[in-house]
Design a protein around this ligand. Structure first.
Ligand SMILES: Cc1ncc(COP(=O)(O)O)c(C=O)c1O
Length: 426
């Protein structure tokens, strides 16, 4: 199939209404769509692909530095380990949060020194701890007596951050505290055990839950962390000096600015000027840097008409990139790219015009549509009762903001694997 009439999205968007069914409500940057159309033209087949916009990542790094100048980011590799994303973060001075031996290996392979890595997994396998000791990754988190015992035996040079349960995870889409974090009443015993084991407890760590829209959760968690600093003083331990405020940040400007303001104010309130001079504040953002930088472009590989309902199959889905994506995000971010044969003149015969839009924009007739993922599992459903115009096999559905916990969570169910192609733009 050829897409030859429209060379730029600008032309596409200014094409006559009968040629462009639904452009109103289109929030995607023309720039991104332009790139997607040009990638589709280049594609030999119908494979789904990602578009990674490194300019977005660089802007976000700048935004971080502007709003949280005293907080060193340790990018959470688990969120999206795409090599170009990691390389960009390395080049702009980020440090890294790794959760396993293989993540540590991938970051060291980029030439990052081990002191720019935190092994931020409170429960680590023995062979993984041995590896961290071997390569000199000397900062980790803990929250249990058993973890202290393993580290005492295997990695005595390792400094520890005690991970506490964040007291408030309201407003976060993916809470963590049912699994992680020491309870306040467990803290004294854990600190004493680490001390007795001869290990250095450098500070405190928490995570307020991923995709948080509640900036006050940072304030409450920093206050709880401060209480642990005080508990260490009460136990005559060496002064703590690291505060790790975890992840949870979203890149929406207002939300991020509110979170940053809450962090800055809470640190100022909880630590004296002298205390702040000796304090290193770090964070483990994942979603913040990755989410909006990736766009997923999927191909419609199947269609069924059932009365007024349209059903489509795409070559992505739950087991691919969408396991950890909430349905509302998919609905909000979905854009169709339709390819229309244009036989209006002899010279244009067989040429094709791409039209694009959100489901409900423009005046085109739309249908209640279901979009299924590619696997044979009935739970593999991407959209349901979603309004879309009449689409055909080989049209495309585009999903924005698909960089966080997408490809890194995918598996090979039914042999489909994850979307492998990523085109990079700057
Ligand atoms: C320990 C730890 N740090 C950081 C992150 C990154 O969180 P986010 O992507 O919400 O910033 C996670 C996410 O699971 C995590 O478990």
């Amino acid at each position: 199939m050829e897409y030859c009439n429209v060379e730029s999205v600008q032309a596409l968007l200014s094409a006559p209404p009968d040629k462009v069914m639904s452009i109103k409500g289109l929030s995607t940057d023309e720039y991104i769509l332009e790139n997607i159309i040009s990638m589709i033209k280049k594609q030999k087949d119908e494979e789904a692909f990602y578009l990674l916009d490194l300019g977005v990542v660089i802007d976000l790094i700048e935004t971080w530095k502007r709003n949280l100048p005293m907080v060193q980011p340790f990018y959470a590799v688990k969120c999206n380990p795409h090599p170009d994303l990691l390389a960009t973060l390395v080049a702009h001075g980020s440090s890294f949060d790794c959760a396993s031996r293989s993540e540590i290996e991938s970051i060291l392979a980029l030439g990052v020194s081990p002191d720019r890595i935190i092994y931020a997994n409170p429960c680590k396998g023995i062979s993984h701890i041995k590896y961290a000791a071997e390569v000199g990754v000397n900062l980790t988190t803990f929250e249990s007596l058993d973890e202290i015992e393993k580290i005492r035996k295997l990695h005595t040079k390792c400094s520890l951050l005690i991970r506490i349960k964040a007291p408030d995870e309201s407003g976060s889409r993916w809470p963590m505290s049912s699994k992680y974090g020491a309870l306040p009443e467990e803290v004294p015993q854990l600190l004493q055990a680490a001390q007795t084991a001869g290990l250095k407890v450098a500070g405190v760590s928490f995570h307020i839950g991923s995709k948080s829209h509640n900036s006050q959760a940072y304030k409450i968690a920093i206050e709880a962390a401060k209480a642990v600093f005080q508990e260490a003083d009460r136990l005559y331990m060496p002064p703590m000096y690291v505060l790790n405020i975890g992840g949870g940040f979203v890149s929406d400007a207002l939300c991020f600015e509110a979170a940053a303001a809450a962090v800055n104010a809470a640190v100022d309130k909880c630590f004296s000027e002298e205390g702040r001079r000796n304090l290193t504040v770090i964070a483990e953002p994942g979603r913040f840097f990755a989410e909006t930088a990736f766009t997923l472009v999927t191909n419609i590989i199947g269609k069924r008409v059932r009365g007024k309902v349209r059903q489509y199959w795409i070559n992505e889905g739950f087991y691919g990139s969408m396991m950890r994506i909430d349905r509302t995000s998919l609905v909000e971010s979905c854009i169709f790219l339709k390819c229309i044969s244009n036989n209006s003149s002899e010279s244009e015969k067989n040429s094709t015009l791409m039209i694009c839009g959100k489901s409900n924009g423009g005046g085109a007739h739309t249908y209640s549509s279901t979009v299924f993922g590619a696997t044979c599992d009935p739970i593999d459903k991407v959209l349901e009762d979603h309004q879309l115009p009449e689409l055909e096999v080989n049209d495309w559905l585009v999903f924005r903001n698909m960089g966080a916990y997408t490809s890194s969570c995918s598996n090979n169910f039914n042999g489909f694997g994850s979307t492998k192609i990523t085109y990079i733009i700057n």
